[in-house]
Ligand binder design. Structure first.
Ligand code: C5P
Length: 230
């Protein structure tokens, strides 16, 4: 069985919505509710725990916990309330375009690879990516064919995630995703091809795009984009 953790405790300052990002309304529901609805449609997810900003009540049907100072601390706090479950799915509330199909695909990928500690949704990078120093000078051009932009959901074997999260606070603070903590301790992480549509809402432009896509989806007038490009 799988337990799902949604981290929704960020302040969302870059969005400038004047309140917690996860509570921003999108096509008739809160951003957080879109992810909850997608995960509730996945039969093997037994329980959903949401890390929330202090003072925010959990929506019906999920367990709420107060988030931590940094993202991975919110994951750790949610995991502590998750109860039994051999696999743990972690998802950012900032990705409201999540589909049940993607969540199932990432869970299935981990189940079918006994050597992997984690499976993560990701898309091949289409931009050329350069490493740039603080003076603005390009230092390196990375090999694009090897680069993937990582998303959530990320699914972990529970013991691997618990071990990975049991590190000092400064290491947790550096982790922009949880898979990084697994990689650091030598665990194998595999990618599952996802869609660009599973975008992360960070800026006002992302919010407009998500609103457009979710209202189209809510009207049922378009089929979801395929997980893998043709
Ligand atoms: O800050 P960032 O955009 O990486 O946040 C990704 C996700 O982590 C968001 O859904 C946000 O709500 C969550 N988060 C959290 N606790 C924090 C910081 C971020 O739950 N302290």
């Amino acid at each position: 069985m799988t337990v799902a953790l949604i981290v929704a405790a960020g302040s969302g300052e870059r969005l400038g919505a004047g309140g917690p990002k996860a509570l921003v309304r999108l096509a008739g529901r809160s951003m957080l509710q879109w992810s909850i609805d997608a995960l509730e449609a996945v039969a093997e997810i037994e329980r959903i725990v949401v890390a929330l900003p202090a003072g925010v009540l959990a929506p019906p049907g999920v367990i709420g916990v107060e988030g931590g100072a940094v993202r991975s601390d919110s994951v750790r706090r949610a995991l502590a309330q998750a109860g039994a479950g051999e696999l743990v799915l972690v998802h950012d509330a900032a990705r409201p375009m999540l589909t049940p199909e993607l969540a199932r695909a990432v869970i299935a990928a981990l189940r079918s690879d006994g050597d992997a500690a984690a499976a993560i949704a990701a898309v091949p990078v289409t931009d050329t990516v350069k490493r740039v120093d603080t003076s603005g000078t390009v230092r390196e051009t990375l090999k694009r064919s090897e680069l993937w932009a990582v998303q959530t959901p990320q699914v972990f074997r529970r013991e691997a995630l618990e071990r990975a999260l049991a590190v000092p606070a400064h290491q947790l603070a550096q982790a922009t995703d949880d898979a990084l903590l697994i990689e650091r301790e030598g665990g194998r992480v595999i990618v599952v091809a996802a869609s660009d549509e599973n975008l992360k809402v960070t800026t006002p432009l992302d919010l407009k795009l998500a609103e457009l896509l979710l209202s189209t989806r809510a009207r049922g007038s378009s089929a979801p984009l395929p997980l893998k490009p043709d």
